[in-house]
Design a protein around this ligand. Structure first.
Ligand code: HEM
Length: 675
């Protein structure tokens, strides 16, 4: 089918692309899918059908044979054609579907990339795709029509199904494949007549039918094969894990990297009287969690007790599927880099005002100093409210709640101690402050904030974002100050303890700030060359969130092991940060890893912002704010690590931060702050 994007390009979509567009579900940003069938089989079928339409192969009821080995020029299909050409014996279509299905993932990736490049799909962080809203014009049956490409394909198919139009051979194949996947019922409202029509159309084309039959036969396979292939998940004794030297330094990623080296990428730790904990620790399991996890992993359960502490249910980190996608989409502008770029003047102002309290010669505890510096910016930018006086209470209460209800390393009563009850009141104090400034008259003419977005979403759909959710989301906005503040303290430690890098960052900072405050255009890759790679290396060696917890909601084979339904899965996404085959010499701070040709961060083993649908929504915001803070400290101050003989350790719970002993000494103020 020819597609024209307002004269920009003229392309023909192939069957895998049409199938992907047909299966795309705009409501959850992914595909219509039912557990138990494999998208890979359907896509492998679409590739074979396309090769058949291109006269490269032919099929009959018994076998699939090569007709012409000439490359098609399509990078997704040519490797498959080559594989078929190199097979000496003649095999059935079913055989080929089974053989090609495991590698169909790369076809899906290439197909999605191509559709994004063609501006037919839009990609969103977290592995979501939606139809692009560019005006598309399709030439079909001599008519020109407007719409998105996906809508258009669905319209064509619906005409064949509901208006008895004669479908073309490609549409018949798409109909056969979608029918085999049993997802028509999610795409259209079907009645008996249309069901009968689908069955009729599926019989119209021999290629489509033989391929769809082969796909259907393969679909039953994985479920039946699973138990025969399952290996026992290696168990790690708690004692052995605790005796690992990285436990002493609090280095959780290095601990899991070590365990993975000894036991493999999937292992289990059993604590007495607790549910078994299954850990995934490798670049390949990261890739699985990122790309495929949404079908198998649920976020809701691990978060439920924690959100209840705030009286909430169904906040962003605990939602799954379509609701989660809808909320993420609605809130993504509020967490975007663009939002921060529009407020750089305020950011500089708050940062300078805060640094004006630092005194040369004084020494400050690292985490408190850095968290307060970040909160001095995030609190007014997110919720137009000063919260410095209650920030310690808010963060200590939240950290205790995380230890009790997410990590479950403390008993429940530890959240009810008199000190914690007092700290809990800070949540209401903060909400009261937000309410007092978020009145229509006071907000008139103010730049839009995160709180505006949450309050507007609540007003427009109070069932979707009820007050209980608001209470959590508005106060939890400051959790970002903890994560970002701790990343900032790691960065200052790395800078102050490596004078050569400090000097290079200082010279980038001076070049940017010497002639006034930089604007967004000044933050070019070359202006931030060292600082950017330095921060990437900080996030590798000192990740804040070392792993994510999920519940297995559909059984699945991963790396040859069956992960049983209902178990708790700990995705140790940052374990590869300390694997020497992913990051050679992993304990060495080396910012050149990120230069071509090394590009070590291109591996799925680099995951400081998590994986899959819940990937950090604020990562771009965070990168800019962190870089600006490091640059401003370097521009205005010389800081030193204190005590001089400080031995680096992590305090890993509930999230990773430097140990309490780390302090920063303000050795010199390099220039006036002009607040
Ligand atoms: C160094 C700083 C940060 C790190 C390392 C970090 C890391 C992460 C990680 C690993 C997750 C996923 C958790 C999971 O899968 O269970 C996450 C989620 C999230 N982060 Fe960040 N984050 C940081 C800063 C920020 C900032 C500054 C913001 C706001 C501007 C932010 C907003 C979010 C949001 C909204 C989510 C939830 C996304 C969802 O559930 O769909 N983060 N973050």
């Amino acid at each position: 089918m020819a597609v024209t994007n307002e004269g920009v390009t003229n392309q023909t979509l192939n069957l895998p692309e049409e199938l992907i567009l047909m299966l795309l579900n705009e409501e959850n940003g992914y595909f219509h899918q039912v557990p138990g069938w494999d998208l890979n089989c359907a896509v492998a079928g679409a590739v074979l059908a396309e090769l058949s339409l291109l006269s490269r192969i032919d099929t009959d009821m018994d076998s699939l044979f090569l007709v012409d080995p000439t490359e098609t020029g399509d990078p997704a299909m040519d490797p498959i054609l080559k594989e078929i050409a190199s097979e000496s014996s003649q095999r059935s279509t079913q055989y080929w579907i089974e053989r090609l299905a495991p590698s169909a993932e790369s076809v899906i990736d290439l197909t999605l990339d191509r559709l994004v490049n063609l501006k037919i799909l839009e990609y969103h962080d977290g592995e979501f795709w939606t139809l692009a809203h560019t005006g598309w014009q399709m030439e079909l049956y001599g008519n020109s029509q407007e719409g998105t490409a996906g809508q258009f394909i669905k319209t064509r198919i619906s005409r064949a199904l509901f208006m008895n139009e004669i479908p073309d051979p490609r549409d018949i194949i798409v109909i056969c494949l979608v029918n085999t996947c049993d997802v028509f019922r999610f795409i259209f409202q079907l009645d008996d007549e249309s069901e009968a029509r689908i069955q009729l159309i599926c019989k119209m084309d021999v290629i489509g039918r033989s391929i769809a039959d082969a796909v259907a036969h393969n679909l039953a396979g994985p479920l039946l094969r699973r138990s025969a292939l399952t290996r026992k998940i290696p168990a790690v004794s708690v004692l052995k894990a605790l005796l690992n030297p990285h436990v002493r330094t609090g280095n959780i990623p290095a601990l899991f990297a070590d365990l993975a080296q000894k036991y493999g990428p999937v292992f289990e730790i059993r604590l007495p009287f607790a549910k078994p904990m299954i850990f995934l620790a490798s670049p390949r399991t990261n890739r699985w969690a990122h790309k495929r996890g949404r079908m198998y992993l649920r976020a809701k359960d691990y978060f439920a007790d924690f959100e209840k502490v705030y009286g909430a249910s169904g906040v962003m980190p605990s939602l799954d599927g379509g609701d989660h996608f809808r909320l993420r989409k609605a809130m993504s502008p509020a967490y975007s880099r663009r939002r921060l770029e529009g407020q750089l003047d305020q950011l500089y102002h708050y940062a300078r005002n805060h640094m004006a309290h630092w005194t040369v010669g004084d020494t400050y505890p690292a985490t408190t100093m850095c968290r307060l510096m970040i909160n001095a910016q995030l609190s007014p930018l997110f919720i137009s409210t000063d919260s410095q006086d209650i920030f310690d209470d808010l963060s200590k209460y939240k950290e205790r709640a995380l230890k009790v209800h997410i990590l479950k390393v403390l008993p429940k009563f530890m959240l009810k101690t008199p000190a914690m009850k007092r700290r809990a009141k800070a949540v209401d104090t903060l909400l009261g402050r937000i309410q007092s400034v978020y009145t229509p008259a006071q907000r008139a003419g103010c730049p839009r904030t995160l709180a505006d977005d949450w309050l507007n979403l609540h007003a427009s759909d109070p069932q979707f974002v009820p007050e209980t959710t608001l209470r959590f989301q508005l106060t939890a906005a400051l959790i970002a100050s903890v994560y970002l503040g701790d990343a900032f303290s790691f960065a200052l430690y790395a800078m102050a303890s490596q004078p050569e890098l400090y000097a290079k960052i200082q010279s980038e900072a001076d070049a940017l700030f010497d002639s006034g405050d930089p604007n967004n255009e000044n933050f070019t890759p070359s202006a931030l060359d060292v600082t950017h790679r330095f921060l990437m290396e900080c996030l590798r060696m000192y990740p804040i969130v070392p792993m994510s917890i999920r519940t297995m909601m559909n059984a699945c084979m991963v790396e040859g092991y069956e992960l049983p339904v209902g178990t708790n899965i700990y995705i140790a996404q940052t374990a590869p940060h300390y694997m020497k085959d992913v990051f050679p010499d992993p304990f060495t701070f080396d910012i050149d890893r990120y230069l071509p040709p090394r590009d070590e961060h291109h591996s799925p083993g680099y995951a400081p912002f998590g994986l899959g649908p819940h990937t950090c929504l604020g990562s771009r915001w965070m990168e800019l704010q962190l870089a600006i803070n490091v640059l401003m400290v370097a521009h205005y101050f010389t800081i030193e690590v204190s005590p001089e003989n400080y031995k680096f350790r992590f305090d890993p719970l509930p999230s990773m931060k430097p140990s309490k002993k780390l302090k920063f000494h303000i050795a010199e103020q390099r220039r006036e702050l002009h607040v």
